[in-house]
Design a protein around this ligand. Sequence first.
Ligand SMILES: NC(=O)c1ccc[n+]([C@@H]2O[C@H](COP(=O)([O-])OP(=O)(O)OC[C@H]3O[C@@H](n4cnc5c(N)ncnc54)[C@H](OP(=O)(O)O)[C@@H]3O)[C@@H](O)[C@H]2O)c1
Length: 276
Amino acid sequence: MSIQTATKTLANGVEMPWVGLGVYKAEAGNEVERAVKSALEAGYRSIDTASFYGNEHSVGKAIAESGVPADDIFLTTKVWNDEQGFNETLEAFERSREKLGVDVIDLYLIHWPVPGKYKETWGALEKLYEDGKVRAIGVSNFTDQHLEELMKIAKVKPMVNQVEFHPRLFQKDLLEYCQTHDIQLEAWRPLGQGDLLDADPVQRIAEKHGKKPAQVLIRWSMENNVITIPKSVTPERIKSNAEVFDFALDAEDLQAIDGLNEDRRYGYHPDNFPYS
Ligand SMILES: NC(=O)c1ccc[n+]([C@@H]2O[C@H](COP(=O)([O-])OP(=O)(O)OC[C@H]3O[C@@H](n4cnc5c(N)ncnc54)[C@H](OP(=O)(O)O)[C@@H]3O)[C@@H](O)[C@H]2O)c1
């Protein structure tokens, strides 16, 4: 297994790479283009962007110039909060698709559960799915309560929920809820934006396996059956973050890393996001 071949099967049968490249805060232009090309060279076949990141055009350009067939790359983008609503989302989708320069987007996500809006937005995602414009649809930053509410009106169940997930925020209940409902959990900020790399058990376990702390953190998400999208714009780190298929964490390692949980977020809790 390698970063190029390891996938998880979504509820509708679509294969989604287990590890992808996140590009939040990767600047449009040279920075993100170099990151995407380095990732594709290193074997990554999944890129996670969003209209909010302002770099979709550069991501699309890098893919087109990479020499890797666009069909082989799993592309995720997201509808931002001020683009939500039924018609607004359909329009936002077309803008994203045009910038990315692809016919079909693999995974389209509702970026945050905007109160009073996300159900209508979901209707638009269902339409895009029915029309064959996206291969899978999902949500991001949804709690189990948001998912319960959504499922009351959904014709198509979300296939993915992308949430903040790392050892300091081991959302075990949400993970179990998603597993019960066949919703694939996907981890954002898997490295705690770098803050988790120095945590004691992470360093120690990395040394034990002859691996890097970032690789241990990526592997921890994988051991929990969670898809993960570490971000880097540094070619050596991008390559190194992909080398997570030649070792495994044992029960003792997992217990030590799980012990870091303190329900601590680096980002917003979905109920406290400044929506307006
Ligand atoms: N849905 C959402 O609301 C949401 C929110 C946040 C993030 N996300 C997604 O999740 C992705 C990942 O999260 P994130 O970008 O917030 O943080 P992250 O992946 O946890 O951490 C990225 C940081 O770690 C550094 N880094 C990466 N690999 C490293 C290594 N091997 N050694 C040392 N440092 C390393 C990067 O530096 P350099 O880049 O300088 O190398 C960067 O500063 C995002 O890019 C985005 O796609 C989604």
